[in-house]
Design a protein around this ligand. Structure first.
Ligand code: MN
Length: 205
């Protein structure tokens, strides 16, 4: 089990086939303004890969883009809506098909409003995550050891979370509803990017 660090693209062939957990770190929450700094990716086998993009990066990452765009590979995110927008804006690919642990959580853990990754990992897997580096500066020349560990931990548990959330979606009869929501996510992310982030087009007004 190790955290591997790469510059500007993922090396070829480092991921086993099957679903991959994906997360991004950016300079902030406004996709077009706040550049993509890091993409974390894991095949669930115990290793995490961090791909860092430098200031002024051309975002030419064919290996990473191929994995993200692969229709045969399910991408697991926590709050996919944000990461999908960043990936499409900077890397030019739609990272589908998608599974979102936050949406799954909202559909089954209706007894709480705590759907953060930290809450989820704690309750479902009994693991305590540190969120200390969440709001740190990802744009610098050097990413600290603590930042690397934090970034890796954001993708480390998504495969196990999915397994547990799928059991609960099945139990509550909401697996199909969840799948329909996941299928809509790339469109939801595109609406965000095109200016309908705050405006709910399904609302009456
Ligand atoms: Mn993260």
């Amino acid at each position: 089990m190790a955290v591997h660090f790469h510059e500007e693209d993922l090396p070829e062939g480092v991921l086993a086939p099957g679903p991959v957990a994906v997360d991004t770190e950016t300079m902030g929450l406004i996709t077009a303004r706040d550049r993509l700094c890091l993409v974390q990716i894991s095949d669930g086998g115990g290793d995490e890969h961090l791909v860092r993009f430098n200031p002024g990066s051309p975002y030419v990452a064919p290996n990473l883009a191929a994995v993200l765009a692969d229709p045969a590979r399910l991408k697991l995110f926590h709050f996919a809506r944000f990461d999908l927008a960043a990936v499409e804006h900077y890397l030019g690919v739609v990272a589908a098909p998608v599974y979102c642990t936050k949406i799954a959580s909202k559909l089954v853990r209706t007894y709480t409003d705590r759907h953060g990754l930290k809450n989820l990992v704690e309750e479902l897997l009994g693991v305590t995550l540190s969120k200390q580096q969440q709001s740190s500066d990802w744009g610098g020349g050097d990413i600290s050891e603590a930042q690397r560990e934090y970034a890796a931990s954001d993708v480390r548990y998504l495969h196990r979370l999915r397994a547990e959330l799928d059991r609960r979606l099945e139990r509550e009869g909401r697996a199909e509803l969840a799948q329909a929501c996941f299928d809509f996510l790339p469109t939801r992310a595109r609406l965000d990017r095109l200016g309908w982030a705050e405006h709910d087009i399904f609302a009456h007004l």
